[in-house]
Design a protein around this ligand. Structure first.
Ligand code: SAM
Length: 261
């Protein structure tokens, strides 16, 4: 049984069976893994991962789809279907009795990629690894390094908490209905400790956001009003940084060093 896909819910279903198999292989699952799947759809991926994991919690917002999902997964004792909006899901509460860290997987709905990643990183102490399919351009932004045009405040935010890796690209023709862009399997391996240690995370991220708000300007100009010129001059001298540097050329350690001043 099939429903009419709802565009507003990002319902582009992965129909290419080879890619489904490839995804599961890349998840590199262990029999003890507890998985949270975001946007389970008809359960194609859910059914493929279940035999390789201890338990799968499958989140799906669409009640119509949930009904079919339940029918499709009858007989799988280690799958629980949860009819809920991922953005309202309290991961900490749900997994409070689970000692080991969980893995998150899913061909997520693209219209909420950023809030999903923000939410997952909020619960980073509960998560080991995240494997999500995102738009190719988005994966480029998240994995970008200093000096690249794709590097920005969101790259810094994600890389502070996780080690991102674009694992493989997926053509738009693998989905139905076909989206306008190609996709990518993105891995976010959660760090045990953040990448750098600013004294104040709040200030660290405030500086990063302000810096990239006007990324074409020099750092001096983009931080005008956020960091005093005197402090910036101390920073340039102390860290041997060119005073005409642009925000996109600074690494996380540089932003932390500046925030600590
Ligand atoms: N897993 C399926 C697959 O691989 O074909 C479906 C992927 S489809 C790109 C995204 C799924 O996320 C849809 O089934 C959609 O209904 C669901 N979804 C959309 N918004 C959601 C939300 N806020 N919370 C949970 N699921 C959501």
């Amino acid at each position: 049984m099939h429903i009419k896909p709802k565009k507003r819910l990002g319902q582009n279903f992965l129909i290419d069976k080879n890619i489904q198999r490839k995804l599961v292989a890349f998840y590199n699952l262990k029999a003890s893994d507890r998985l949270l799947e975001i946007g389970a759809g008809y359960g194609e991926l859910t059914k493929r991962v279940a035999p390789h994991a201890a338990f799968v919690y499958a989140l799906e917002i669409d009640p119509e789809l949930c009904k079919i999902l339940k029918e499709n997964t009858i007989g799988y004792a280690n799958i629980e279907i949860i009819n809920q909006d991922v953005l309202k899901f309290n991961l900490k509460q749900h997994f409070r009795k689970v000692k080991n860290k969980i893995k998150v997987i899913g061909n997520i709905p693209y219209y909420i990629t950023t809030p999903i990643i923000e939410l997952l990183l909020k619960y980073q102490d509960k998560i080991e690894t995240i494997f999500i399919t995102v738009q190719k351009e988005f994966a480029k932004r998240i994995t970008a390094h200093p000096g690249s045009k794709d590097y920005g405040s969101f790259s810094c935010f994600v890389q502070y908490y996780a080690i991102p890796q674009a694992l493989f690209f997926i053509k738009r023709t693998s989905f139905s209905p076909q989206p306008k862009v190609d996709s990518c399997l993105l891995e976010l391996k959660i760090r045990q400790e953040p990448a750098v240690k600013p004294k104040s995370e709040k200030l660290f991220f405030k500086i990063i956001r302000a810096a990239f708000n006007q990324r074409r300007k020099t750092l001096r100009n983009s931080l005008d009003g956020t960091v005093s010129l005197e402090k910036l001059q101390v920073f340039f001298k102390k860290d041997h940084i060119d005073p005409n540097i642009r925000p996109e050329d600074l690494a996380l350690k540089d932003f932390a060093s500046l925030a600590n001043l």
